[in-house]
Design a protein around this ligand. Structure first.
Ligand code: ADP
Length: 613
């Protein structure tokens, strides 16, 4: 039941009680007034009839005389008149005649008669069984010459009073009903007006509770309601502001967490996941409904379990490194920090970092190892020379040559390492200029023709002359080409052949260096471009290789946004390919402009060719 209905009912209850009380009082006073009026009328009539009776009645009563007089008097004054002797015998009555009159009870015991016999004014209301009606009786003593001769009694039927009172009662009831209806209407209107601010406030509060943050009440009301409305509006403003602030912060937090590379989770003290960012979902391959799943069930690693127990027991941040087993094994750093009632778990994939660390330490070990071999050898020959071989004319020259050979190897190693480190660190500044691959032909032939002859190898240069011009560092590209040819010479037995060819497609120029040599076992192919990786270490060293040539070539191509790869299998020769990207197709005018730029560059700096390793 709302406040308006309550107020209306309360008010109606009060109005009803007041109207009923009024009705009861008016009904009572109406009855009393009419009764008094009847009594007054009766009194007047009683006195009149008494006077007439006293005047006309004989001293000795007889039924015939008294009754006929009483009847006439009653009819003339239109009242019920009874004449009773001082002994209670009824001598005359307007209602009864003859035998009926004679059979009437003695009236000595009637209260009004007794009163009148006692010389007083006797009035009484009595129900008449015969007529089934209430009568008001008024009796007066008949005193003639000081002697009580009887009692004169007049009576009026009360039905007149009842009909008058009944009529008035209806009018009263109608007035009450009209009053009630009017009161209800008035009440509804006033309640409506007075409770409007409260209803508005209730509605606004309901809306606010259901999340309509812009719900406000009009500040038109004055007095207490106005103050209440103002307070409500201020409160709603503050709630709206705070909720906006909270949701802004939550959105910010969510977007930061969702964009984080690290996997971040929140877990409760039972290790059940309450939040996971997208990186965590992707990393741990969660089911869609991960909430309430236990983290230790998803990652069943004893190290993690131990860490979580330790952090939940001590409430101090903890760190561990675990291996996540999935499609691949990932080394993962886990940091657990207590946050409020929960624990923030961050997982960071450090596999790459660890691999890099391993590569770096392997590299240092490899460099040390590669240097030790020539150094030991130099040291050995020098010692042998000092220990007397210097005098041995047959051996000393050979030993010194060996020392020279090993120091050249050492210097080659150092220069390769320097090249590699400069390429890796991006320190090498590429001198990009336009040229055609075909231009290397003369330099390559001049450099390697004697070697091919000495090694009994056939050499074919099949690079067409119309390939698109590439934009690259010509010296570095010459180094790559020379290195691949050197390797082909090294790993191709006498009688074999080496072929250089090239082609172009929409986006790049691809150069192929093929040989019919020993080839590379399939399992070694993915590692062939790693630093110091050699299929056969002994053979490579024997050939004076450092194991860095292909790694340098790969980095030179990476610097040019190009690529290098190999097709080979053991015993069937190898084909090394490298590709240089064409930035875009050039128009004829652009090609002419490039060619003239090329000529200009060549006139300034004649083509150089690093002889490789
Ligand atoms: P190296 O100085 O040992 O030649 P590279 O980096 O140039 O070092 O080559 C790495 C390894 O790749 C070599 O040791 C060799 O085992 C293999 N390799 C390179 N080129 C060829 C080739 N043309 N045929 C067979 N094996 C090759």
């Amino acid at each position: 039941m709302n406040i308006r209905t309550k107020l209306i009912l309360n008010c109606m209850g009060i109005v009803l009680v007041i109207l009923l009380a009024m009705y009861a009082y008016l009904d009572y006073s109406l009855k009393r007034d009419i009764g008094e009026r009847i009594t007054d009328e009766l009194t007047v009539q009683a006195h009149l009839t008494r006077e007439l009776l006293l005047e006309k009645l004989p001293n000795t009563f007889s039924y015939e005389v008294v009754d006929s007089f009483v009847d006439r008097l009653g009819t003339a004054s239109d009242i019920n008149l009874t004449l009773i002797g001082h002994d209670g015998i009824v001598w005359g009555d307007t209602q009864r005649d003859g035998q009926q009159l004679r059979n009437m009870d003695n009236h000595l015991n009637r209260p009004e008669v007794r009163e009148a016999l006692a010389g007083r004014f006797g009035v009484i209301d009595r129900y008449d069984e015969t007529g089934a009606i209430w009568f008001r009786y008024l009796a007066l003593p008949l005193i003639r010459e000081g002697e009580l001769i009887g009692v004169s009694r007049v009576a009026l039927p009360m039905k007149d009073i009842d009909s008058v009172v009944g009529k008035s009662r209806w009018i009263l009831l109608l007035a009450i009903c009209a009053g009630l209806v009017f009161a209800i209407l008035l009440n509804i209107i006033t309640t409506n007006v007075t409770t409007r601010p409260i209803r508005d406030l209730t509605q606004a509060t309901k809306s606010l509770a259901t999340g309509e943050l812009n719900s406000r009440v009009s500040a038109a009301a004055s007095g207490h309601y106005g103050e209440l409305s103002n307070h409500f509006n201020q409160m709603a403003d503050r709630i709206e502001m705070q909720i906006h602030e909270i949701s802004r912060e939550r959105n910010l937090r969510d977007s930061i967490l969702s964009k984080m590379v690290e996997a971040v989770l929140l877990i409760d003290s039972q290790f059940a996941i309450t939040y996971a960012n997208s990186a965590a979902i992707a990393m741990l391959n969660f089911p869609v409904h991960y909430q309430a799943l236990s983290l230790v069930e998803i990652i069943s690693d004893p190290g993690l379990k131990h860490l979580l127990r330790q952090v939940t027991d001590t409430e101090k941040a903890g760190y561990a490194e675990i291996t996540l087993v999935g499609t691949t094994e990932r080394e993962t750093e886990v940091i657990v920090v207590p946050v409020a009632d929960e624990y923030l778990v961050s997982l960071h994939d450090v596999s790459q970092l660890r691999t890099l660390e391993r590569i770096r330490s392997d590299f240092v070990a490899n460099v040390a190892h590669e240097m030790r071999v020539p150094l030991t050898s130099i040291h050995g020959y020098a010692e042998t020379l000092l220990n007397g071989a210097l005098e041995d004319t047959g051996a000393n020259e050979r030993f010194v040559e060996k020392i020279l050979q090993q120091s050249a190897r050492l210097s080659q190693l150092v220069s390769d390492l320097l090249d590699l480190s400069q390429l890796e660190s991006g320190e090498v500044k590429l001198e990009l200029r336009p040229f055609e691959i075909d231009e290397f032909q003369d330099t390559i032939l001049a450099l390697f023709e004697p070697v091919f002859e000495e090694a009994s190898l056939r050499f074919e240069w099949r690079i067409p002359g119309h390939l698109p011009i590439v934009m690259a560092d010509k010296q570095l590209m010459g180094q790559v080409l020379a290195n691949l040819i050197e390797n082909a010479i090294k790993y191709t037995p006498a009688g074999g052949s080496i072929t250089i060819s090239a082609e172009a497609n929409e986006s790049e120029v691809i150069v192929h260096v093929g040989d019919t040599g020993i080839g590379i076992p399939t399992e070694a192919i993915p590692r062939i471009f790693e630093r110091f990786y050699r299929v056969d270490k002994g053979r490579s060293r024997e050939m004076g290789g450092t194991g860095l040539g292909l790694a340098i070539a790969k980095h030179i191509l990476l610097q040019h946004n190009g690529r290098i790869w190999v097709d080979s299998s053991a015993g069937e020769g190898s084909v090394f390919h490298f590709a240089l990207p064409l930035q875009r197709r050039f128009s004829v005018t652009e090609q002419i402009a490039q060619l003239s730029q090329k000529d200009e560059a060549e006139s300034l700096a004649p083509p150089e060719m690093d002889g490789g390793k």
